[in-house]
Design a protein around this ligand. Structure first.
Ligand SMILES: *[C@@H]1O[C@H](CO)[C@@H](O)[C@H](O)[C@H]1NC(C)=O
Ligand SMILES: *[C@@H]1O[C@H](CO)[C@@H](O)[C@H](O)[C@H]1NC(C)=O
Ligand SMILES: *[C@@H]1O[C@H](CO)[C@@H](O)[C@H](O)[C@H]1NC(C)=O
Ligand SMILES: *[C@@H]1O[C@H](CO)[C@@H](O)[C@H](O)[C@H]1NC(C)=O
Ligand SMILES: *[C@@H]1O[C@H](CO)[C@@H](O)[C@H](O)[C@H]1NC(C)=O
Ligand SMILES: *[C@@H]1O[C@H](CO)[C@@H](O)[C@H](O)[C@H]1NC(C)=O
Ligand SMILES: *[C@@H]1O[C@H](CO)[C@@H](O)[C@H](O)[C@H]1NC(C)=O
Ligand SMILES: *[C@@H]1O[C@H](CO)[C@@H](O)[C@H](O)[C@H]1NC(C)=O
Length: 501
């Protein structure tokens, strides 16, 4: 009998690796997230999701239960903190996996160093177009949230479907994280064959609505990225000028902050509410498509709970799971799958190139639904288009979805073709100003990057910059005229922000 059970144990030991193939490995994870809670991806919001994933992975019986994660959370200030923390480890134990940072400039430096050190990086950020080039310095970056260029595919699909030809991209430039700049850059980057104008204004300047309206008058489609109150200001002004009569399409892009779009976003409790409601009938919003599956409920509740426990009560949407929370959770899963596969093929966790390659070009089941990674290590994105469907009540509904994995645009029953059909078709060749210097009548406001300059910059985008590429630059009026100085400034700004590594 003892002999039999010994045989049995022996049998199980022999069989089980063949069936589930668990590997034992200790994995050092370094996570860069801001301690500052004003970020949607702050440590307090995202860390519980990473812990949740860790717990699920390490649960006995699973294929990944042999992996033991040691997770270290480090602060990230969206400037250089993360880089310094990483450099401090030059001589010590290097991590096997880096999660984050989210902010573009900080991520650029960290990813560069990590790629050099052969360490995989997964981020739910680093969404700018420049990171798409994985051939050299960003070779070890996997982006678990859909990038801005993926978002732009939604617009591409719409432009094609409705045969729109010209767009005005209006955005607020903050000169720090530059989220709206990078959002707009994604669109600019993708839609090369269209007539595109950009218009930016600084967060600290007064917005010149008059100038913006003037630009809107000349374009079919207006795409905006800026805080909700500025959107409202522009929409109200456009409505007063009768630009919301169907001759222009208005969009805003709001990917992450669910509380700032949809029902009631026009409502501020002031005397303009009624006008705003009418104006917003022409405003459509592009946002992430959110899916939910049964397991998500538990996850969502756990996140809500842990956020409460961490003591931040003065925040109404803090318990909600946003794309960053979801993304970093799924990052842990993806890494486990990839490492497991790499080890099965005889590689170790130290071969970052190999592990990274197993994260790309694959589909797996994330916490909220299927996650599809393209062959370049970027997540394929699904996006929703929301429109006001009840003009009386001023309520919004999702009217269409775009699926990045197969590039299809799905129209829902609430979709109204008339709403998206321009009443007036614009003549094909809109006037192209040949000197951008003549455009800015009021030099203090944002400068319009004209088509000529835009094309030059686009060429520059491909050929000039070895480093992080920046296609559209906002410069003051005088700098715009001085091309030499302009270029020098660009180099300086890139150097100071990005070449620290
Ligand atoms: C957190 O970030 C916000 C916005 O970037 C900033 O205004 C605030 O000063 C920061 N708080 C701390 C404690 O650093
Ligand atoms: C989200 O949007 C709401 C409404 O516009 C705003 O009050 C809130 O500060 C935003 N949250 C973040 C983290 O940006
Ligand atoms: C979620 O599931 C776990 C185990 O599956 C359970 O322990 C926990 O209580 C659940 N959380 C909620 C909020 O239901
Ligand atoms: C979080 O849970 C509380 C109750 O515990 C609930 O009132 C609140 O709506 C939840 N928030 C979210 C975003 O689910
Ligand atoms: C890592 O794996 C690649 C194959 O993907 C192989 O060419 C390379 O030699 C390996 N590097 C190390 C350090 O083992
Ligand atoms: C991606 O995976 C599919 C099979 O799943 C394969 O046919 C294709 O060649 C792969 N693409 C790249 C670029 O590796
Ligand atoms: C807006 O409100 C309407 C009616 O209450 C509801 O049907 C719709 O789902 C809501 N839309 C969003 C995006 O929450
Ligand atoms: C595209 O993908 C989505 C989501 O996976 C799916 O629902 C849809 O049916 C697909 N469409 C086509 C035409 O394959």
């Amino acid at each position: 009998m003892p002999c039999f059970s010994a045989l049995c144990v022996c049998f199980v030991l022999l069989l089980s690796p063949a069936l589930t193939q668990t590997f034992s490995e200790d994995i050092q994870v370094l996570v860069f997230l801001p301690q500052n809670n004003s970020y949607l991806f702050s440590n307090a919001r995202v860390a519980p999701a990473i812990r949740y994933a860790q717990q699920k992975l390490e649960t006995a019986g699973g294929a990944y239960s042999g992996f033991h994660f040691t997770i270290q959370f480090e602060d990230s200030d969206c400037l250089n903190d993360a880089l310094y923390r990483l450099v401090d480890r030059s001589c010590g134990l290097k991590p096997d996996l880096i999660l984050g940072p989210v902010c573009e400039y900080e991520a650029a430096a960290v990813v560069r160093l990590a790629s050099h050190w052969n360490i995989p990086v997964i981020s739910a950020g680093a969404l700018a177009a420049g990171f798409s080039n994985k051939n050299s310095e960003f070779s070890h970056l996997t982006r678990i949230a859909p990038s801005y260029v993926k978002m732009a595919e939604t617009f591409s699909a719409m432009f094609e479907h409705f045969t729109w030809r010209s767009a005005l991209l209006v955005y607020q430039e903050d000169k720090e994280e530059r989220n709206c700049y990078f959002t707009v850059e994604g669109i600019y980057h993708l839609m090369v064959d269209l007539h595109i104008k950009t218009y930016s204004f600084s967060r600290d300047e007064r917005m010149d609505t008059e100038d913006i309206l003037h630009n809107i008058e000349q374009t079919e489609v207006v795409i905006m990225c800026m805080p909700a109150e500025k959107i409202r200001e522009i929409m109200l002004a456009a409505h007063r000028r009768r630009l919301t009569n169907g001759n222009h399409m208005f969009f805003n892009v709001e990917l992450f902050n669910a509380t700032s779009y949809g029902n009631g976003s026009w409502k501020k409790g002031d005397k303009y509410d009624n006008d705003a409601k009418k104006a917003y009938a022409s405003l459509n919003t592009v946002t992430m498509l959110r899916t939910v599956k049964p397991e998500f409920e538990n996850f969502s509740m756990e996140m809500n709970k842990s956020f409460k426990n961490s003591g931040f009560l003065d925040c109404n949407d803090c318990g909600s799971v946003n794309m960053f929370v979801e993304g970093f959770h799924d990052a842990m899963l993806l890494y486990a799958i990839a490492l497991h596969e790499a080890m099965k093929n005889g590689f170790s966790k130290k071969n970052g190139t190999e592990v990274t390659s197993h994260m790309w070009n694959r589909t797996f089941e994330g916490i909220a639904g299927q996650v599809s990674m393209d062959a370049n290590g970027d997540r394929n994105g699904d996006f929703s288009l929301m429109s006001m469907t009840n003009v009386e009540a001023g309520t919004y509904e999702v009217v269409a979805n775009y699926f990045g994995v197969n590039g299809t645009f799905q129209l829902l029953p609430a979709f109204n073709t008339d709403h998206f059909t321009l009443k007036v078709k614009y003549k094909e060749h809109l006037e192209i100003p040949d000197k951008s210097c003549e455009l800015g009548v009021s030099a203090m406001t944002g400068v319009i990057v004209g088509a000529v300059l835009g094309t030059a910059m686009l060429i520059g985008f491909y050929f000039f910059r070895k480093n992080y590429r920046i296609t559209i630059e906002r410069r003051t009026h005088t700098e715009e005229c001085d091309t030499g100085k302009h270029r020098q400034l660009r180099e300086d700004s890139i150097r100071s922000n990005l070449s620290a590594a």
